[in-house]
Design a protein around this ligand. Structure first.
Ligand SMILES: Nc1nc2c(c(=O)[nH]1)N[C@H]1C(S)=C(S)[C@@H](COP(=O)(O)O)O[C@H]1N2
Ligand SMILES: [Mo]
Length: 246
């Protein structure tokens, strides 16, 4: 962990920030190489078989900062805000036997899991938050992935300044990790729009960019080579490593 924070802070010291809008990471081969080596260092320090540390209520940071793209401003998302997400649906499909559609109320009726964990952004900052939501493992058990399914892709409602949507992915093992949740609440309140309402990922075993906000479609696939630039996530398509274990 110390080693990771050291490397992350050398990145910020060099003036390189990773998660903001419109930076030039894509074009920079050196940054690409550094990020790749950070991932190499990270791999195996805790790994997806380990559990992220859980904290207590006293450790929770009152202000959980926001980062990344702007909150969606599409007419669809504005409509969701107006009807308090009554018309929102989470679609779970792809290589599954039982395609499912969930309302927020249906998700809230499932067993909810709570975790107080630290969010680590690749830019070098961390925040402790209390999250509550549905285990992705429970959703996967309902939809029944078919033989050949390997990855779970999380599609988001926000877009960058070119109109390209944010998305992320995990392999089935990481998706079924007990701390990988579809979060509905942050710090004992429903997610606010800026933190990804109504449903976002929280994956405390991996760097912040994996925890996709504003998720409305979960797709089970055998490969993500055909999705956008084929690297498994928005930032992965722009040079980050797909594996982001802390
Ligand atoms: N849809 C979407 N999810 C996203 C991002 C984003 O830009 N769009 N940014 C990621 C990054 S880099 C971080 S650090 C966290 C920030 O989450 P927060 O805004 O709740 O702090 O969201 C992650 N998930
Ligand atoms: Mo981040």
């Amino acid at each position: 962990m110390k080693r990771r924070l050291f490397v992350a802070s050398s990145l910020s010291a060099a003036g390189l920030t990773g998660c903001g809008v419109g930076n030039a990471l894509t074009q920079n081969q050196t940054v690409h190489n550094i990020l790749t080596s950070v991932d190499v260092l990270n791999h195996g320090l805790i790994g997806t078989r380990g559990m992220a540390k859980e904290y207590t209520d006293a450790d929770v940071d009152k202000n959980f900062r926001t980062n990344g793209f702007a909150t969606p401003a599409s007419s669809r998302y504005i409509g969701y805000l107006k009807d308090k997400f009554a018309s929102y649906r989470l679609v779970v499909d792809g290589l599954v036997d039982n395609k499912q559609t969930f309302t927020v109320a249906q998700l809230r009726a499932m067993p909810l899991s709570t975790q107080i964990t630290r969010h680590d952004c690749v830019e070098g900052w961390s925040v402790i938050g209390k999250w509550r939501g549905v285990r992705v493992a429970d959703v996967l058990a309902m939809v029944k992935p078919q033989q050949g399914a390997r990855y779970v892709v999380f599609h988001c409602m926000d877009v960058d300044d070119q109109g390209t949507p944010y998305y992320e992915s995990l392999d089935l093992h990481e998706a079924a990790h007990p701390q990988t949740i579809l979060a509905l609440d942050l710090n004992d309140a429903p997610l606010d729009p800026d933190h990804g309402a109504p449903v976002r990922m929280k994956i405390p075993t991996q760097l912040g960019y994996k925890s996709a906000k504003w998720v409305d479609h979960i797709e089970v696939v055998s490969t993500f080579a055909h999705i956008f630039s084929g690297k498994g996530g928005y930032w992965e398509d722009n040079g980050y490593n797909w594996y982001a274990g802390i």
